[in-house]
Design a protein around this ligand. Structure first.
Ligand code: SAM
Length: 332
């Protein structure tokens, strides 16, 4: 088991399978001429299997594939299938922009994917194109419906951006009212050296909750303390779905953080907000490094997992960005 010096146990791994994305969301990859990680420095599927074999013996129970856009990586269904075959007890999830999944939803169901987190920051087609650089809103909405038909749980992730989508609260509440899915608002975080984050764009969780409360009745849902996600969940009076609030800035959840992140180039990050990472790729690829040795490295790194909010407080006033790497290369 991977346990840190604060007594938090790691049971959840976020694995970035690529740093490439078919969308260009302005807040995620603000730099127009993004340099991608060269192919030979990206974890291969074999590398990832080796890693998953090791962590699954260390009490990691849940793996989320993220990116970049996971479905932009070639043969991703083959990879998901093999994970399911080789690690049947692992709970596999995927975070996606859902623009590339249209023909794959039945296959995802057959593989046993229980849930998808789908990023969608607006319900307005023109705004969607402005935010992402593509005209794919209809495609995404259709795929959400298809997932629900197949019984795949959907969490719609909305990055809360004042001046961009704060006028759409009613539309998103209506989505959660009419469909059996969670709409989760995530506070915009200053991630990446060239982040466009500023106070004017920051739409804090308490304002979102207050705004929703003016539209409908909100009832806080009790969540288990262990292995609980970062969202505070609310049911809606007479709603088919629910609302979630993720507030890394205004109300952090570091005390219950149970996750580690692996970037597409095989670096272990113990905290989203810390640029301190551990280069695992050469160890994973080396035939001289045993599984036991890899486990020891993970245990040692895991022990040093910091309290993210302390890092954020230390940085306060010194720089607007919490860390140098952009979100698309960390995996969110
Ligand atoms: N391409 C996939 C997707 O769109 O869901 C997975 C990768 S994306 C980096 C993961 C999540 O991070 C998305 O929900 C995205 O909106 C979110 N994200 C990116 N930059 C962010 C920021 N600065 N603050 C908050 N969330 C952010």
């Amino acid at each position: 088991m991977i346990k840190d010096n604060y007594g938090r146990a790691v049971s959840y791994l976020r694995l970035s399978v690529t740093d490439r994305c078919n969308l260009n969301c302005f807040y995620c990859r603000p730099c127009k001429n993004m340099r991608f990680i060269p192919h030979d420095q990206i974890l291969t599927y074999e590398d990832m299997f080796r890693l998953l074999g090791v962590v699954s013996e260390m009490d990691v129970q849940k793996v989320r594939l993220t990116g970049g856009e996971p479905f932009a990586r070639r043969d991703i269904l083959y990879f998901l299938n093999r994970i399911k075959d080789d690690f049947p007890r692992l709970d596999i999830r995927v975070t996606t922009n859902a623009t590339l999944i249209a023909g794959k939803i039945r296959a995802l169901k057959d593989i046993g994917i229980k849930g998808l987190n789908i990023s969608l920051d607006t319900l307005d087609p023109n705004k969607y194109a402005e935010i992402t650089g593509r005209n794919s809103l209809d495609n995404v909405l259709t795929s959400i419906d298809r997932c629900l038909e197949e019984g795949i749980r959907v969490k719609v992730n909305v990055v809360a951006l004042k001046g961009v989508n704060d006028d759409e609260l009613e539309g998103f509440v209506n989505l959660a009212m009419t469909k059996p899915l969670d709409v989760r608002f995530i506070e915009f975080m200053p991630i990446g050296q060239k982040t466009l984050w500023n106070k004017e764009h920051f739409w804090p969780a308490r304002e979102i909750i207050r705004g929703i409360g003016m539209l409908t009745g909100l009832n806080s849902v009790d969540q288990p303390v262990v292995n609980n996600g970062p969202a505070r969940i609310y049911s809606l009076d007479q709603g088919a779905g629910r609302i979630g609030i993720i507030s890394p800035l205004s109300n952090h959840f570091c005390g219950t953080c149970n996750r580690l992140r692996i970037t597409a180039d095989g670096r272990l990050r113990t905290c989203l907000f810390s640029d301190k990472d551990y280069r695992l790729l050469p160890l994973i690829r080396s035939s001289k490094i045993s599984r036991e040795r890899l486990k020891a490295v993970l245990e040692k790194a895991g022990m040093k997992k910091p309290m993210g909010h302390e890092l954020v407080e230390q940085k306060n006033g010194k720089s607007t960005s919490f860390c140098k790497r952009v979100m698309s290369s960390i995996g969110g």
